[in-house]
Ligand binder design. Structure first.
Ligand code: NDP
Length: 389
């Protein structure tokens, strides 16, 4: 049976890997591509749309609409742009949507796809961090499946027996510790974005690479895990595992731990989400245990890396705290990349915004989510401008 797929964020790290997985699949004709979206990388988006015979190509950046139109002239691929274009892509009748836009910009189109009942392969963790219950509710009402793509959550998904949910004691998310795992705060204080983006194990987009260095990515993943697997905060643990071979684990009440292992390559998790419950044959590195020799573990240091503490605070406080942490950190991330603030300032700005928004009312509708998100960004930008955080 031919299935169709739309990739939101096709030109990014996850999007490119998704198209590679599709190209590698034995039955290549199993999936046809409905829509592909990107933002700034028009040349790649146009090339992907032609190569994969997409019906629609969308750039999120309206100012690049004509560039994309020119690049696809005479190919038969329809073209759109901006937020409405992203929604048009999400609304195409594809049975599966890969949500791989970076940041909260991915929320509205992914939500549109969920509402119409598409299966959602979810890389964009910001959907769950910003709008957890609302997003999960939209997937349930729409009738599609929610399939995790993040390697840690894919590992939990593969290790958690839904028939034995009552016997699950905890999930253990692994974290590489990033490039600054052994650095002091003094050493981290002066690093540039170029240094912070150099991840020891994974090749990823800029935002998640910097988030791995600050451990904000793990903070978002803790909140993502809560919503994906309906966990209480005390059931979610984080352990630093520098080799990134164990992608995460589930602990059961009899003391057993079930883990998923593999080389650090996102294509395995992507392939699982696309073909679940099957597994596609993939040309990825195989683990050689004799060469691996050792797997190390250490407790995360929440003093040098406060992001995990903030995630727990957000979960304990509830309301819009997780959303605020994410929106303020995203604002601070851009300021860090522009050289306006230091690496350690990102956590301080997120915490200041969380304190400032502690009494903000809970978000019961998606409009509430966007209003709180804008307010958190406004406050974070103000802290940055005043250098008060
Ligand atoms: P990238 O930065 O590599 O790619 C992001 C994609 O989103 C690109 O297609 C980009 O277009 C597009 N984009 C950028 N800004 C906007 C916008 N404002 N509106 C719409 N589209 C936009 O990110 P990653 O692939 O690394 O990550 C994507 C998501 O997946 C993130 O949420 C991340 O946390 C998650 N994830 C990523 C992993 C990884 O290994 N990379 C692992 C697990 C999760 P363009 O490039 O054309 O500008």
């Amino acid at each position: 049976m031919t299935r169709s797929i739309t990739i939101l964020g096709a030109t990014g790290s996850i999007g490119v890997s998704t198209l590679d997985v599709l190209a590698q699949m034995e039955a290549k004709d199993e999936f046809e591509v409905a829509a592909l979206t990107g933002a700034g990388n028009i040349a790649l988006l146009a090339e992907q749309a032609v190569r994969h015979q997409a019906k629609l190509a969308v750039t999120a950046d309206e100012s690049r609409y004509l560039n994309l139109k020119d690049a696809l002239a005479g190919t038969g691929v329809a073209v759109a742009a901006g937020e409405s274009g992203l929604i048009e892509a999400a609304d195409m009748p594809a049975s599966m949507v890969m949500a791989a836009i970076v940041g909260t910009a991915g929320l509205a189109p992914t939500l549109a796809a969920a509402r119409r009942g598409a299966d959602i392969a979810l890389a964009n963790k910001e959907c769950l961090v910003s709008a957890g219950e609302l997003f999960v509710g939209a997937v349930k009402t729409g009738g599609g499946r929610l399939l995790p793509v993040d390697s840690e959550h894919s590992a939990i998904f593969q290790s958690l027996d839904p028939e034995r949910r009552h016997a699950v004691e905890r999930v253990i998310l692994t974290a590489s510790g990033g490039p600054f795992r052994t650095w002091s705060r003094e050493q981290m204080a002066g690093v540039s974005a170029d240094v912070a983006r150099a991840h020891p194990n994974w090749s990823m987009g800029l935002k998640i690479s910097i988030g791995s260095a600050s451990m904000f990515n793990k903070a978002l993943e803790v909140i993502e895990a809560k919503h994906l697997f309906d966990l209480e905060p005390h059931e979610i643990e984080v352990i630093v595992h520098p080799q990134s071979i164990i992608h995460s684990m589930v602990g059961y009440r009899d003391g057993s731990i079930i883990a998923q292992l593999g080389a650090p390559d996102m294509r395995t998790a992507i392939g699982y989400a696309l073909t679940f419950p099957d597994r596609p044959a993939l040309n990825v590195e195989r683990l050689d245990f004799a060469k691996l020799a050792r797997l190390d573990f250490e407790a995360p240091d929440e003093v040098r890396f406060p992001a995990l503490r903030l995630a727990r605070l957000a979960l304990t406080r509830g309301g819009v705290q997780a959303l605020t942490m994410n929106a303020a950190e995203e604002t601070a991330f851009h300021a860090f990349c522009d050289g306006r603030i230091g690496f350690l300032d990102m956590a301080d700005i997120a915490e200041s915004a969380m304190e400032a928004m502690v009494d903000w009312p809970a978000a019961n509708t998606i409009e509430d989510v966007f209003a709180a998100d804008s307010e958190a960004r406004r406050r974070a930008a103000e802290f940055i401008a005043r250098k008060a955080f």
